[in-house]
Design a protein around this ligand. Structure first.
Ligand code: DGJ
Length: 306
């Protein structure tokens, strides 16, 4: 079983390359999408630590435990100047299935190596494993987009939650019905609070969001927030992590929250900036009581158990 806080392996014994990722359940199968960082770590002229853009990996699993590599769901382009050329950044991919169109829609943080382009990339596929076709990169509602996630509400309306205003504020931008664009309606959260790495879910009519602070690849104190609506009303509450190394999020950073068999799980990246391809993962159950979140660390999480 893969151990929380360390590197994880797929069914071929290879390092799982799905950083900044998410797990999507579709028709009884689980799909894990994330950044493929299986290349050399280097330093860009701007000083940013990076791996040249390779693409977005997809892994599948019937039990959310044993992950089979399905290849690159979205591949880098070989064309210099292209948004997806190797000199670019493609981070934190999230995928939603659109019931109306029958398409899988991917959003990701699309950027230049110095993180000044700050856009949201959009790609679409007929199947969960891809290939996804790159559609375009946008500035949602004319704002910059860095760390981001997607959230689909019970009514099918979907939202892009993204760090904006140079990471000072988080924005929640509602998507169009086909999920391929923003529809112009947006709200703000944590104005001037510098939060990133958003992950959110809803339970019993309360929306919960976990974010990190902005310290590059280094771990920091996570915070959870609650709200009665997705678009506005967010209030930062406390650090959900408890126990040893809780103030460093167990040396991890939030990337996504998914539900399996009635339990919500937080996915963490354990970045290793000296060799990003060896960054690890954790999947930790979230305890929810009286509107408060508690996340203790545990070495192993058996997701196959109902
Ligand atoms: C923090 C973000 O959460 C990561 O996804 C990545 O963009 C790093 N910053 C880059 O320094």
């Amino acid at each position: 079983m893969n151990k929380n806080g360390s590197t994880w392996y797929d069914t071929n014994g290879e390092l799982i390359q799905a950083h900044g990722g998410m797990i999507l359940e579709h028709e009884g199968m689980y799909y894990w999408y994330g950044e493929n960082k299986n290349g050399a770590t280097s330093i860009a002229p701007s000083g940013d630590i990076r791996v040249d853009f390779i693409g977005i990996s997809c892994y599948s699993s019937p039990d959310c435990m044993n992950w089979t590599y399905e290849g690159l769901a979205l591949e880098a382009s070989g064309e210099p100047g292209h948004d997806l050329y190797k000199d670019r950044v493609g981070e934190r991919p999230k995928v939603l299935y659109n019931k109306k169109t029958g398409k899988f829609v991917m959003w990701f943080h699309l950027d230049s190596a110095d993180y000044t382009d700050a856009r949201a990339g959009i790609a679409v596929s007929d199947t969960p494993t891809g290939p996804f076709r790159y559609v375009r990169g946008i500035r949602p509602n004319r704002s910059d987009c860095r760390d981001m996630t997607l959230f689909c509400d019970r009514d099918g309306k979907a939202y892009l939650i993204h760090s904006s205003d140079w990471n000072k504020t988080l924005r929640i931008s509602r998507l169009t019905e086909d999920y391929l664009d923003v529809d112009g309606v947006y709200g703000k959260a944590f104005v001037e609070q510098e939060r990133e790495a958003p992950a959110l879910f809803e339970k019993d009519g309360v929306y919960y969001m976990i974010t990190s602070g902005c310290t590059g690849w280094d771990p920091n104190n996570a915070l959870f927030a609650t709200s009665p609506t997705v678009l506005s009303g967010w209030k930062l509450i406390d650090n959900p992590c408890v126990g040893e190394h809780a103030r460093q999020t167990f040396f991890g950073q939030s990337t996504y929250i998914f539900e399996k068999d009635g339990v919500h799980y937080l996915m963490l990246d354990h970045w290793k900036p000296e060799n990003l391809k060896e960054s690890g993962y954790s999947i930790l159950p979230i305890q929810i009581q009286d509107g408060l979140l508690t996340i203790p660390f545990q070495e192993y999480t058996d997701l196959s158990k109902k």
